[in-house]
Design a protein around this ligand. Sequence first.
Ligand SMILES: C[S@@+](CC[C@H](N)C(=O)[O-])C[C@H]1O[C@@H](n2cnc3c(N)ncnc32)[C@H](O)[C@@H]1O
Length: 306
Amino acid sequence: MDQKFKDAISNNKKTLLKLIWKHPSKAWKTILGKGADSLYTTMSHADDPKYKQLDQPLWLNFGYWNKPSTYDEACQALALKLGEHLELDIDDTLLDVGFGFGEQDILWKREFNVKSIHGLNITPLHVEIAQMRVQMSGLNNSIHLQEGDATSMPFNHNSFTKVSALECAFHFNTRKKFLKEAFRVLKPGGRIGLTDCFPRKDRKKDFWYWFVLKSMSIPYVNMISENEYIHLFEDIGFTNVEIHKITDKVFTGMAAYFKKIKEGIPKDEVKVDLYSENVRIEDWWSGRGWYMGLDEYAIVTANKPK
Ligand SMILES: C[S@@+](CC[C@H](N)C(=O)[O-])C[C@H]1O[C@@H](n2cnc3c(N)ncnc32)[C@H](O)[C@@H]1O
């Protein structure tokens, strides 16, 4: 770890300390914790005119920056990657949890022509807007989105051929409960696919880590190593657990994206060509990633035995 990186982390801690000192009631609220639904409701604006415009995508992920892309293109590329790893096809009855504003469901229906999609999301505003957009796209016969918690699913055993969780499982309280539920509702021979995060090997599990996770509504118990993660799946009964790390294409891309925003380029005009940008993964790890508690990014798939 180079000195520049160490200095950046130590500056981050000082900045947080100052903020806690200046805003003790906010810090206290963070420590007491809030759910992911409250985090995402605060991040949204109920009367955003974009909600009613289908040509304005409403992605909420970090994106896959494999070629020169805007934020929306990168987010779509990530969703398509997950769809491919999940081997989505015309015979699938899919359960999609944490669907955000439903972008991926509309995309997967169009790209892979899956038979049906049911969705569960804990944030009422996301559900309301996503339902409206599915209706507007004319896909409401095959996409059914509802409010609910991925850790307690209102579905019968053996209901779906596939389960997906695009960049949301780290929020679940807990991820383990979700995986048990996913295993229960999957048909024998079914497949689960997630994009998800791990801590990097040298991430210190100290007060600061706990604090930033709290502020991002990420339960501390979910931040386990890659090895523990594989065991978690296997203990539940999943087989063929595969972890495909894409940190370099996701978080390095986001570091480049935020660098351009900082330079003053308006969000909608930012285009990132990762191969010509002067950014390293350490820029993410010592910058925004540090504050979010998110270091490594992967596509994970596993099967329920037949
Ligand atoms: C980072 S966003 C990802 C949204 C979407 N998958 C995308 O890529 O645009 C996380 C989503 O997970 C949802 N979520 C968080 N906790 C949840 C839970 N326990 N059950 C269901 N959804 C949850 C949030 O409401 C939010 O829509």
